[in-house]
Write a protein that binds this ligand. Sequence first.
Ligand SMILES: [Zn+2]
Length: 193
Amino acid sequence: MSQILQEVLAANKQYQAEFGDKGSLALPPARAFAILTCMDARLDPAKYAGLSEGDAHVIRNAGGRASDDAIRSLVISYKLLGTKEFFVIHHTDCGMLLFTDDIMRDLLASSLETATVDENGWHDVGQGPGSAEARNIAFLTFKNLEQSVIDDVQRIRQHPLVPATIPVYGYIYDVKSGQLLEVPAATQIGQAK
Ligand SMILES: [Zn+2]
């Protein structure tokens, strides 16, 4: 068994021992909101937004982007589980600022091993073969952090399956300080009507 697998299972045993009465939590989030945020390992939405089990939906992907799949989750979140407010939270130093679809496609076409990065950019150092399949994936990278928050709030706001009554707030989490910084233009666009 891998070291990580052992550690995770041991941690779960500990968690279960202290689980308390959380087995009685209801399925719909008690505080009726949803957060769309990045998968970055430095972000812990439960901590930065003060969540306990059962409080809120947290939807995570690379970049915290409003992808079709993220919107699928948000629609289920409000339509079936009663959430009434959405947050889009991207963050400083996001990996999605560091590559493009073309770079990613070239790296994957070369090999399926982990690439390296230095001041000259990304390099593939793996043994091939890679795959050209990445041409079918939009990786949803971005060049401007504030604009990415604005774009994603706008996409959610304008989506025909998202009701105008749900406010969509746009924020950037600062990985250096832990602070949530509003993107006022995004929150403005995301206002409920
Ligand atoms: Zn990120």
